[in-house]
Design a protein around this ligand. Structure first.
Ligand code: NDP
Length: 328
């Protein structure tokens, strides 16, 4: 195959555009493993990259898509053989290195993780960066000794991809989960994933008090801005917030009061450059702990041709759970 189908972002003088193209295999960037991509997914960041509404793509032309699953077809890397089933999340793919919205990828073998035993490529992408970030958030809370016995854990942006997976993982780990959503019609969906209580996100968007009522032992926040500020002010003494998203804004209009008077901790979560040892552990735990029926319940599959249309939806907060893109 000398050319393959890819979604390509360009930025000529006329502006930012994103279109399907026949991409020449010789124009792939350096890498010691070539992968036949079978599935990708749509994360919030992909929505920004496809629409150009956020500065995700930093090199042009660029194949967007921050993650993919597929089969190794050529390799000179010591860890990989042809026929191996692999996942890629992050490492700048879809930003500075050609990403997952293509039938082929050429990447560093150091970036790849093996598809867990018993998991299909489609399931791996149903998890995707969003689900793996949810697991990183759970691991961060655990490392901070936020045990189920310490009280309820809040998940914001609950009906989104990170939020849905976080609920399922936290509930499975024994936590009492409170889900915050702007979509009350999704209450049954969120309870089926494992939420004990569903609250209106409007409760968390007013002007934050320096110290609010102590409600939650911990939180996974995908929203940022006023929501995160309100969440921090409502964390119990010694609790922690895993801050992983900015769906509501990148600012943080908070005060130091919860940190210095209640010993609250803000735990930063980065999936992109997370060390290989941690990401392998996250994927191992996902394979063991994420209920496949719940994963199915939160997942919609779309054909490759529909990825551009769906990208706008995710930025509008209209996608429920996870979207798998069937590449080939
Ligand atoms: P989704 O769009 O699937 O989920 C985001 C959710 O946030 C929406 O479903 C909605 O939930 C809520 N939301 C959207 N807009 C607003 C708003 N203006 N105010 C309040 N809530 C809002 O995205 P993902 O789950 O893929 O990603 C969530 C966030 O996490 C993104 O900001 C993304 O960039 C970030 N992220 C960060 C990673 C990292 O490495 N740190 C990795 C992956 C994602 P509801 O309708 O339930 O209220």
């Amino acid at each position: 195959m000398s050319t393959f189908k890819a979604l390509v972002v360009t930025k000529p003088d006329t502006g930012y555009s994103c279109n399907f193209a026949d991409f020449d295999e010789r124009d792939l960037m350096d890498g010691d493993v070539t992968v036949r991509i079978t599935h990708s997914t749509i994360n919030y960041k992909d929505g920004l990259a496809i629409t150009g509404k956020g500065p995700v793509v930093r090199r042009f032309p660029m194949i967007p898509g921050v993650d993919f699953a597929g089969e190794v077809i050529a390799t000179s890397h010591k860890d990989w053989d042809p026929g191996d089933h692999v996942i890629l999340n992050g490492w700048g793919c879809g930003e500075t290195h050609h990403g997952g919205y293509a039938e082929r990828a050429k990447v560093s073998g150091d970036w790849l993780v093996r598809v867990p035993y018993g998991m299909t490529h489609a399931q791996a992408m149903a998890v995707g960066t969003a689900g793996y970030t949810a697991m990183l958030s759970l691991m961060a809370l655990e490392a901070h000794s936020i045990t189920p016995a310490r009280g309820p854990v809040l998940v914001t942006g609950a009906a989104g991809g990170v939020g849905s997976t976080a609920i399922a993982l936290l509930a499975r780990a024994g936590y009492t989960v409170v889900a915050s959503t702007g979509r009350p019609e999704e209450a049954d969906y969120l309870k089926n994933l494992g939420a004990s209580e569903v609250i209106d996100r409007a409760e968390l968007t007013g002007p934050p008090r320096p110290l609010g009522k102590e409600r939650f032992a911990g939180a996974v926040d995908t929203v940022g801005s006023l929501t995160l500020a309100n969440v921090i002010s409502q964390i119990k003494y010694g609790g922690a917030v895993a801050a992983c998203g900015l769906a509501g804004g990148a600012d943080l209009p908070s005060s130091v009061m919860p940190f210095i008077l209640r010993g609250v901790s803000l735990l930063g979560i980065d999936s992109v450059h997370c060390p290989a040892v941690v990401r392998k552990e996250a994927w191992r735990r996902i394979a063991n702990e994420l209920d496949r029926d719940k994963l199915d319940a939160m997942t919609t599959a779309i054909p490759f041709d529909d990825v551009k249309d769906k990208a706008g939806y995710i930025l509008d907060g209209k996608v429920r759970g996870r979207v798998v893109v069937e590449i080939g």
